[in-house]
Design a protein around this ligand. Structure first.
Ligand SMILES: [Zn+2]
Length: 276
């Protein structure tokens, strides 16, 4: 009994501390949507952990040898990240992208998925390319993934994980005392399971936010946002086929997604017309 108490006392105490801090200063604001989010870990620390894990994934994966698709992913990635960086400077949010090291890779697996880790590390799988079809389709997925990175969803989940599972320990302490658990926590927070290609679902809130920001980001880079609902329709048609598209199983239902995207379409098309 005493032991159990001892075991729980610290996390509970820290959680109270964390909730107190939360209100005080451990929040940041998501650009554009203005949503307040939990932020307990400095970006520099999150990014270095993310870069490590990204390299690990690359080392364990086969990089695509399809030059045409690879160029498409890299070109669209560069276009959108450049447009977003410029945009962040325009709205005085340059702090948000400090320490970002953009990288866009296509992995040689027939998985219908893509993901982004903190600090601008993006990966696409070959399996999503036939559904994306062209640069504009790639831009739909890219805008969404870049938005996850800009909105710091990985960092927010890592902060929650540290608060819930490691009693609000700082990342540095967590890494020293429980390196394995912390690494695992980060993988989960950044959207990857222990198996490469298995994406752990973001919350509905994060998904909708990434969709909304992604639409604006692709438009800023001169890609037509009206492609987004069409892309999600193609994804929907894939459902029920022989292969279960991971991107669907972990994301909101396409109908809901398309309806929500269309709510922001007028604004996005206006941005597109200014940047095409
Ligand atoms: Zn997503």
């Amino acid at each position: 009994m005493k032991q159990i108490f001892k075991k729980w006392r610290r996390p509970v105490f820290s959680l109270i501390l964390v909730s107190g801090l939360l209100v005080a200063e451990s929040c940041s604001t998501v650009p554009l949507t203005g949503r307040r989010q939990l932020s307990l870990v400095p970006s520099s620390q999150i990014n270095s952990l993310s870069f490590q894990q990204y390299n690990q994934v690359l080392n364990e994966s086969k990089i695509s040898s399809n030059q045409e698709w690879t160029n498409m992913v890299k070109t669209v990635g560069r276009d959108i990240s450049t447009a977003v960086e410029q945009y962040m400077r325009e709205i005085g949010e340059e702090d948000n992208i400090e320490g970002f090291k953009w990288e866009f890779n296509l992995l040689a697996e027939d998985i219908i998925n893509a993901w982004a880790m903190p600090g601008g590390k993006v990966a696409f799988y070959e399996g999503i390319m036939p559904i994306a079809r062209d640069k504009n389709g790639v831009a739909v997925v890219m805008g969404h993934e870049v938005a996850h990175a800009i909105a710091k969803h990985g960092s927010e989940r890592m902060s929650l994980g540290l608060a819930q599972q490691l009693g609000g320990a700082t990342l540095q302490v967590a890494l020293q005392q429980q390196p394995q658990l912390t690494q695992q926590l980060a993988m989960t927070a950044f959207g990857l399971g222990s198996q490469v290609g298995v994406q752990l679902p973001y919350s509905r809130e994060h998904e909708s936010e990434a969709d909304r920001l992604g639409l604006i980001f692709m438009a800023k880079a001169g890609y037509d946002p009206r492609e987004a609902p069409k892309f999600w329709q193609r994804m929907q048609q894939k459902e029920g086929g022989a292969q279960q598209p991971e991107f669907l199983s972990t994301h909101p239902h396409p109908d809901t997604r398309i309806r929500k995207l269309n709510q922001h379409m007028d604004e996005a098309v206006k941005v597109y017309q200014q940047n095409r």
